[in-house]
Design a protein around this ligand. Structure first.
Ligand SMILES: Nc1ncnc2c1ncn2[C@@H]1O[C@H](COP(=O)(O)OP(=O)(O)OP(=O)(O)O)[C@@H](O)[C@H]1O
Length: 252
């Protein structure tokens, strides 16, 4: 079976310091894949290799082979702007642009030339906000600032912004850690609804969340991928002692 993403023997360094050690992982289109592990184990660093977000960190160096639909994303021919539209990202802290709700969503499709006119752009905006579960709450106030929304709404706006450029993969880096339990539950429902349409990879500190939203779980420790498999197996029948120790709360 072909995978959406193949990462093979990936190492990441910040200067002299190695943050990721020889990680290989395959991500499937139809799954939500969760990355878990104690603070500093490299979950975010590895996630950011998947759309070359580490390119923005001067000291970061990535080695290894990462493919999206078989295409080497670190090849010199890869257009990074295009890559980041195909592999979108949602961050820990909601970060809407200080612009209107409409503009937050319309910006990407406009710069990527995805709409041939205003009507088409309006359709993309409505569709993206609908998919992100936000349309009914904002349809009468599209010209209000995105930053005036609640934290949970801002995060759904950021998801709508990622969706608007028609991505294949959505990376989420602790998307609920700044949200209250109700807003968190809405994002988890949304992840459930988006599953299948986009391959989703989520970093989470919250093991219950990983168990609720994902089909596959990868457990990282000290920059290594200790164990990767079906979420159910990882949480009920892990193969590695280090995984057992983590999920039973012995450290981290
Ligand atoms: N920009 C950076 N420059 C130097 N070192 C960094 C940088 N970003 C991360 N690191 C280091 O790389 C290691 C992995 O960090 P990373 O943020 O990927 O871990 P994490 O598992 O996502 O942690 P957390 O759950 O706390 O966010 C840590 O030792 C961290 O200090």
């Amino acid at each position: 079976m072909s995978h959406k993403i193949n990462a093979h023997n990936v190492n990441v360094f910040y200067g002299e310091k190695q943050a990721i050690r020889n990680v290989s992982i395959d991500v499937d289109q139809e799954d939500v894949t969760a990355f878990i592990g104690p603070s500093g184990c490299g979950k975010s660093t590895f996630l950011r290799t998947l759309n070359r977000m580490n390119d923005t960190v001067a000291s970061a160096r990535v080695e290894g082979d990462i493919r999206l639909d078989g295409e080497d994303i670190y090849s010199k021919d890869m257009d990074v702007v295009q890559l980041r539209a195909r592999v979108g990202m949602v961050f820990q802290k909601p970060n809407p642009f200080p612009k209107s709700i409409y503009e937050n969503v319309a910006y990407g499709p406009r710069i990527h030339g995805l709409a041939s006119g205003k009507a088409e752009l309006d359709t993309i905006v409505e569709q993206s906000l609908t998919r992100a579960g936000l349309w009914s709450e904002v349809k009468d106030r599209l010209s209000d600032s995105g930053t005036a929304l609640s934290g949970g709404q801002q995060q759904r706006l950021c998801i709508a912004r990622a969706i608007a450029v028609d991505p294949e993969v959505i990376l989420m880096d602790e998307p609920c850690s700044a949200l209250d339990p109700i807003a968190t539950a809405r994002i988890e429902e949304l992840i459930h609804d988006l599953r299948g349409r986009y391959a989703i990879v989520i970093v989470t500190h919250n093991m219950q969340q990983a168990a609720r939203v994902s089909q596959k779980t990868a457990f990282f420790h000290l920059g290594e991928l200790v164990e990767y498999g079906d979420t159910n197996d990882i949480f009920t029948n892990p193969r590695e002692q280090r995984t057992t120790d983590y999920i039973t709360g012995r450290y981290g």
